[in-house]
Design a protein around this ligand. Structure first.
Ligand SMILES: *[C@@H]1O[C@H](CO)[C@@H](O)[C@H](O)[C@H]1NC(C)=O
Ligand SMILES: *[C@@H]1O[C@H](CO)[C@@H](O)[C@H](O)[C@H]1NC(C)=O
Ligand SMILES: *[C@@H]1O[C@H](CO)[C@@H](O)[C@H](O)[C@H]1NC(C)=O
Length: 427
């Protein structure tokens, strides 16, 4: 630990002496020596799956142990084969629900297809999150925004942004294509949680809560009525759903500041991602969320989010904003969070190579697990077997954040740890 602290202080000082930047990274000339965090804490970590080809973000585990994963589409990153998969062995995955459903019209890279299939409502374009709900059905959240050249994120095209539900046998049972009034051109659908109780909305089919983590600023929370397909936004572009200006984080004991791949290339930048991970309280009464480019945790009562702003409820948007509660800063920013049936919220802590526990009843934070193999816990998912699963994906080493150089070193993984309760069942 001490050497980690000294190395951090030393490299920050060296950066300050060498120029105006605050930056320290793998192989950086200002880095006096490689910094590794070797501390560990908490229950035994189990490696569930390794990815050698595709780069995962989300995962979810069905009651029979099937691991569903997704890979945001990265055009020109050669091993991209499909955007949603199911693990078929410790190191292999197959397309889900089918190879065909993972192929947008005319493919991703046809010169005759300027939007690269990004507006195709009948196929998956670029999925950022996959969630198995309490009825064991598989939901896929499609941003409609493939990334090309490791850096350029396409704008949405109507038809692209959508929430699609499949039974585990691959039959589609729902396809909620979001209108441009809910999914803007710069919306990035990030993560989703479900309350399937019939009493939650008049339609009786429940509700989906989705974060829009847009880097471009209009981040917020999107609500879909699963009975009518109607959708609306809340907390749109507010400070609660946007990151901190000038946000700087640290990994493995070293401060990190992205360098733009461009254009213009080589400029020191900041991560600007907004509301990203979200968790629904075990009783369905609150949504917990945090902007990725901040360490701030918030919650908002779902009763406010369930009211659609509009002529019939002109004050709904302001009422939801006024109802947001700031719960404190988390010690690390977070890319994912998840509730178990006992009400505990697990929150990823990329800056501590770990996962934190938050007890909402008393507002208590506790370290839960820390391990050098946890290199950016991305999505968290509780399964019926009383285990917490999460992906580790070295997110900050992407080319878009490192002047075009891909510093990620496969394999990426799915890890799991035992916890005290199972999956929340709001049905
Ligand atoms: C990456 O793919 C896009 C879309 O096909 C294409 O426009 C671009 O030239 C490609 N870049 C490289 C470096 O191949
Ligand atoms: C797939 O599963 C659903 C739900 O269990 C069922 O209704 C449907 O008949 C199944 N379809 C096929 C092709 O097996
Ligand atoms: C970024 O990459 C460009 C092109 O390779 C290079 O000229 C520049 O020095 C790099 N900048 C930094 C800060 O690494």
């Amino acid at each position: 630990m001490l050497s980690v602290v000294f190395a951090t202080v030393f490299s920050l000082a060296a950066g300050a002496l060498g120029g105006s930047r605050l930056e320290s990274r793998w192989g950086d000339p200002y880095e006096p020596f490689q910094v590794y965090d070797t501390s560990s804490y908490g229950p035994a970590l189990q490696v569930e799956h390794l990815f050698y080809d595709q780069w995962p973000t989300g995962l979810s585990v069905a009651s029979d142990g099937q691991i569903y994963v997704n890979f945001p589409t990265q055009i020109n990153y050669t091993n991209m084969q499909f955007t949603v998969g199911v693990a078929t062995s410790f190191t292999t995955e197959a397309a889900f629900p089918s190879v065909e459903y993972n192929q947008p019209a005319e493919g991703f890279v046809s010169p005759a297809n300027p939007n690269y299939g990004a507006g195709d409502p009948e196929h998956l374009v670029s999925v950022q999150s996959v969630v198995v709900d309490a009825l064991d059905r598989v939901w896929t959240l499609d941003t409609g925004r493939p990334l090309s050249d490791g850096n350029y994120l396409y704008a949405t095209t109507p038809g692209g942004p959508k929430l699609v539900g499949f039974y585990q046998n691959g039959t589609r049972f729902a396809n909620y294509v979001l209108p441009p009034t809910t999914a803007y051109f710069d919306t990035y659908l990030n993560d989703v949680r479900f309350d399937l109780r019939p009493t939650t909305l008049p339609s009786g089919k429940g509700v989906a809560y989705i974060t829009d983590s847009s880097n471009e600023g209009r981040s917020g929370i999107i609500v879909i009525d699963l009975g009518t397909g109607n959708s609306w936004r809340h907390l749109d572009g507010t400070p609660y759903t946007r990151g901190d200006p000038q946000f700087i984080s640290s990994y493995n004991g070293a401060a990190f500041q992205p360098i733009n791949q461009g254009p213009p290339a080589g400029i020191y930048a900041h991560i600007t991602t907004g509301a990203d991970g979200l968790a629904l309280s075990a009783d369905g009464a609150y949504i917990y969320f945090s902007p990725l480019s901040s360490r701030r945790l918030y919650r908002v009562p779902t009763s406010y989010l369930l009211v659609e702003p509009g002529p019939a409820s002109p004050s709904a948007a302001n009422a939801a904003i006024a109802a947001v509660e700031f719960l404190g800063t988390m010690g690390s920013h977070a890319d994912g969070m998840e509730t178990d049936a006992s009400g505990v919220i697990y929150i990823g802590a990329p800056e501590q190579d770990g996962v934190t526990m938050y007890h909402p009843d008393v507002g208590l934070w506790m370290p839960f697990i820390r391990d050098p193999r946890i290199q950016w816990p991305d999505t968290l998912s509780v399964a019926t077997n009383n285990r917490l699963y999460f992906t580790t994906n070295q997110f900050w080493r992407q080319p878009a954040l490192n002047n075009g150089t891909d510093n990620r070193i496969p394999p990426y993984g799915v890890l799991s740890v035992p916890i005290g309760a199972g999956k929340v069942n709001l049905t």
